[in-house]
Design a protein around this ligand. Structure first.
Ligand code: SF4
Ligand code: SF4
Length: 141
C-alpha cells in the first residue's frame, strides 16, 4: 500500500539518510514528491511511502523517534477559477497529470482524484490561483 506524508525535519535531523534507512531497515520505498531541505536548516519533504501496512507503521514510528514531525492531513488542492487565466503553466510542473492544459478548449483541467498533494503547482502560478486547503469543506455540485 501507499501512504503520503509531509515530513518536517528539525535542524539536527536534516543530514540523516532517511530514504536509505527506510529502504534498508523497513523495506519501505520512499518517493520524494517535493523537498525543501537546506543544510543546517529545518526542512519539509512530501513523500509517498510504499510497503506493507506493518512496515509503514514501523517506519512512521521510527521517523517520529528521529525527531521528525509527520503531517498525515495532506489537505486538498483548490484552483480559484476567478483568478485563473488558463495559462497552463501549472500543468507543466504537475507530476501526476492532475493538472492538464486542454489545447482544444484552451482551458486548464484539474482532476483532483489524481492529485498527489505534492504542492509543486502552488508556487508555479503567477496569479496565486492555487491553494492548499488543509481542512477542506466538501465541494457541493
Ligand atoms: S499538488 Fe499540484 S502539482 Fe502536485 S499532483 Fe496535485 S495538482 Fe499536480
Ligand atoms: S498557472 Fe495559475 S493561472 Fe495559469 S492555468 Fe495554472 S492556476 Fe491558472
Amino acid at each position: 500500500m501507499k501512504r503520503r506524508l509531509t515530513l518536517h525535519f528539525p535542524r539536527e535531523a536534516v543530514h540523516q539518510p532517511i530514504t536509505y534507512r527506510l529502504a534498508v531497515d523497513f523495506d519501505v520505498a520512499a518517493k520524494i514528491l517535493r523537498a525543501q531541505v537546506a543544510p543546517n536548516q529545518v526542512g519539509t519533504m512530501v513523500v509517498e511511502l510504499s510497503g506493507d501496512i506493518d512496515e509503514l507503521d514501523a517506519a512512521e514510528s521510527w521517523l517520529e523517534l528521529q525527531g521528525l514531525g509527520i503531517n498525515r492531513a495532506l489537505g486538498e488542492i483548490r484552483i480559484d477559477s476567478d483568478r485563473c487565466v488558463d495559462c497552463g503553466i501549472c500543468s507543466s510542473v504537475c507530476p501526476s497529470g492532475a493538472l492538464r492544459f486542454d489545447p482544444a478548449e484552451q482551458r486548464l483541467r484539474f482532476e483532483s482524484p489524481r492529485c498527489l498533494v505534492c504542492e509543486q503547482c502552488i508556487p508555479s502560478c503567477p496569479l496565486d490561483a492555487i491553494a492548499l486547503l488543509l481542512d477542506p469543506e466538501p465541494v457541493l455540485r
